[in-house]
Design a protein around this ligand. Structure first.
Ligand code: OKP
Ligand code: ZN
Length: 344
């Protein structure tokens, strides 16, 4: 499989609030290295560097003021004399806090984020821009060259990033960008299937009022799990988007058999919608030993998932999202890709 990857992410290693302490994030640079090493051990995978970021396309999906904020946060943080290694908010616009963006940097950090599990560090923008460019490049390969499938080795992940908020280790929405590239290259309707353990609240938010990009997500029930405030089955779209959003929340402890039934349901729903191309938010944090997740999938399940995705028989962009069990991460991603290619 063609894999789009690079090393521009290495300077992004942030902190997350764990209990009352700031700890190195579960989402660290070693994740991409682990996946890259596992894929390069097999001769069937070929690596390609990303093209430069198409900033105009980013500004179509995200608020341009938010994108400009992300790009300049670290410089502003340093210029204001902060000496901590991460720029973070401590106050967020909760219920009925409906005012405009403040001018203060810490106020803006709250305005443009929804969680304290990630922050902005010196290498964040470089990594975020590269991760988005990787997704765009992978989608362009599928759209322009007729490559049937391409894997975007994105880090940081993207599916929690909404129109104008970062959180859940995500800053720009890589899967959404891939879908938009496919739309603009002539695929009339595109489906996004999110199989990460966590609900893709950002992707849902970006396309919630659109019918040309359908969004289906399998995830832990938000009543029990991050991102807590979105991802319920009742959320089906708004305005023109009514009927184009499908959430399939499942409880902690969900086993593969039950999960696979939901996968087939989501694929059938996307197929009935007449999609012409597919973007998959590939999280492997559904793995039984994932340190922050509570589903029970095994390493041997990922090739089965890959073959199910391939059976949809659509131009497909696979976009990496979560997966934090370092010892199994490489094998789980490799298994999904090999399963997609019929190598099981
Ligand atoms: C990102 B992706 C607090 C932990 C909060 C949030 C999970 C983000 C998952 N210490 N973690 O969907 O894999
Ligand atoms: Zn996740």
């Amino acid at each position: 499989m063609l894999i789009v990857a690079d090393n521009a992410h290495l300077g992004h290693h942030c902190l997350e609030l764990d209990g009352s302490k700031l700890m190195p994030s579960w989402e660290g640079p070693e994740r991409a290295t682990i996946v890259q090493d596992a894929l390069s051990a097999s001769e069937r995978h070929e690596f390609l560097a990303p093209n430069q970021l198409d900033r105009a396309l980013v500004d179509e999906l995200h608020d341009p003021a938010y994108v400009a904020f992300l790009e300049t946060t670290w410089t502003r943080w340093v210029a204001e004399g902060h000496d901590s290694e991460a720029a973070m908010a401590f106050c967020w616009p909760a219920r009925r806090f409906d005012g405009p963006a403040p001018s203060d940097l810490i106020g803006q950090l709250g305005y443009y984020s929804f969680a304290a599990d990630c922050s902005v560090v010196a290498g964040t923008w470089t990594a975020v821009a590269s991760s988005a460019a990787i997704a765009q490049t992978a989608a362009a390969r599928v759209a322009d060259t007729g490559a049937g499938v391409c894997f975007a080795l994105c880090r940081p992940p993207g599916h929690h990033a909404s129109v104008d908020q970062f959180g859940g280790y995500c800053y720009l929405n890589n899967a959404a960008l891939a879908a938009q590239v496919l739309r603009e290259s002539g695929h009339t309707r595109v489906g996004i299937l999110d199989i990460d353990y966590h609900h893709g609240n950002g992707t849902q938010d970006i396309f919630y009022e659109r019918s040309d990009v359908m969004f289906a997500s399998l995830h832990a029930d938000p009543r029990q799990e991050f991102p807590f405030f979105l991802g319920h089955a009742s959320e089906q779209g708004r305005g023109a988007g009514v009927g184009s959003n499908l959430n399939l929340p499942m409880p902690h402890g969900t086993e593969f058999a039950e999960w696979l039934t939901a996968l087939d349901q989501a694929l059938a729903w996307l197929g009935d919608g007449g999609i012409e191309a597919l973007v998959v938010s590939v999280g492997v944090d559904t793995f039984v030993d994932d340190p922050i997740s509570q589903f029970r999938l095994a390493t041997t399940d990922y090739p089965v998932i890959g073959s199910r995705l391939a059976a949809a028989n659509l131009p497909t962009v696979l976009v990496l999202e979560g997966g934090y069990a370092h010892e199994a991460l490489g094998q789980n991603v490799l298994g999904l890709i090999d399963g997609f290619e019929g190598e099981i």
